[in-house]
Design a protein around this ligand. Structure first.
Ligand SMILES: [Zn+2]
Length: 399
């Protein structure tokens, strides 16, 4: 079957994919823009070859060289690194990182304690909703709180999404700046052994209220899909998030004697909580935002902050093939994340096999993904041209 994954077919198929489908021209334009003021050749690319052979510190001067390199090495996976002050090389220990897109990596495996439909590498349309919420929250924050414009969203190929911010201010952000952005966007704290991972001590920042408005659009669906409080185990972890013991006991008694529907149980919890707060004004300080904290813990994006904080963390390139699924890392618009269907994501097999059942659909989705990428690169080029013009004007005024 053409749409079934067989890693052994990749060596024959990848050269065709890179020539026919990989948007090499737009890709090089995207990287060139992101490299300014240094040339494209100062950007690190890395290839993963068959049998996990790993080539780091590759670089290209132009699209022609890129095409030759792709054909020669036939990478199973492509990653993008930072822009250095010199051509990247394993021997240049003194090389300094000058720029790098601000990147975010959100992976569904980090949701394994809240998602019940799948675990580990498996993903379905139910747990994809966590990614929909994540895209909307992160995109809105980057745009409205930080003023970024060039925000690229890419399907990671299996179970998550990557976000690349290419605005000049983002690319040249230093390490403490990156850490500050990551910390600002990170609300879920603590490891496996911590039951309650969200604590709001003072009044909530407007960005948290905004995130809650986004979560509320999907909360009931997720609550039911994931059966968050309908199972014995789910209910047990839920009760552990209630720090007030008297309230926790009341909630437990009320929920255990009712039907197992997560939605009905949630409504009963909220009613019990409101009543308890009214009757125990002195006890409410530490549970003032309990409902909000639980919603955040269930649905707020779980970021891999190390990827965002690090300067030279390599990240999988847009339109790279995921070697384990054959899926293309397509570029999508964040507002379309909710209509994203995992089975409609093009794979190298369906694209290259004219007789495959999904061939036509996948071809068309591939064209749409390239168009999304193109649009972003055009607007990035425009912004870069504008910035350079302003810089030139500013330096003229200095003389
Ligand atoms: Zn799932």
């Amino acid at each position: 079957m053409a749409d079934q994954h067989d890693e052994n077919l990749l060596p024959d198929m990848l050269p065709l994919y890179y020539t026919r489908y990989f948007p090499q021209n737009i890709f090089c334009r995207w990287l060139s823009c992101g490299n300014n003021p240094k040339p494209l050749s100062n950007r690190e690319l890395s290839f993963t070859l068959a049998d996990d052979v790993y080539l780091r510190y590759l670089s290209i001067n132009d699209q022609k060289e890129f095409q030759t390199l792709l054909q020669k090495k036939c990478p199973h996976k492509l990653d993008i690194g930072a822009v250095y002050n010199t051509k990247p090389s394993i021997d240049r220990h003194d090389a300094v990182v000058l720029a790098r897109e601000l990147v975010f990596d959100i992976d569904l495996t980090d949701y394994d304690e809240v998602r019940t439909c799948c675990q580990e590498a498996i993903v379905c349309d139910k747990c994809w909703k966590f990614m929909v919420v994540a895209c909307e929250i992160i995109h809105t924050a980057l745009r409205d709180d930080f003023g970024f414009q060039n925000i690229l969203w890419v399907f990671s190929g299996r179970r998550g999404v990557h976000c690349w911010v290419s605005d000049y201010e983002a690319r040249t952000l230093d390490s403490p700046g990156r850490a500050a952005v990551a910390d600002y966007l990170c609300l879920i704290m603590g490891g496996e052994n911590q039951n309650k991972k969200v604590h709001f001590a003072s009044d909530l920042h407007s960005s948290i209220w905004r995130s809650l408005t986004i979560i509320d659009k999907y909360f009931e669906e997720i609550l039911q899909d994931q059966e968050l409080i309908s199972t014995t185990e789910g209910l047990k972890s839920f009760l552990k998030m209630i720090p007030d013991e008297t309230l926790a006991t009341q909630v437990q008694e009320n929920l255990e004697r009712m039907p197992r529907s997560s939605l009905e149980r949630w409504d009963t919890f909220v009613t019990t909580y409101n009543k308890y707060c009214k009757e125990n004004i002195n006890a409410t300080r530490k549970i003032k935002y309990l409902v909000e904290e639980i919603k955040i813990q269930y649905c707020y994006p779980r970021l891999d902050v190390n990827v965002t904080k690090g300067f030279n963390h390599l990240l999988k390139s847009p339109f790279s093939i995921h070697p384990k699924t054959g899926k293309v890392s397509v570029v999508f618009k964040p507002e379309h994340a909710k209509s994203f269907k995992l089975e409609e994501i093009p794979t190298i097999y369906t694209l290259l096999d004219d007789s495959a059942q999904d061939n036509v659909q996948h071809q068309s989705n591939m064209r749409a993904a390239v168009k999304n990428f193109q649009e972003l690169v055009f607007s990035l080029e425009k912004a870069e041209a504008m910035r350079r013009k302003n810089d030139a004007n500013a330096s003229l005024l200095e003389f």
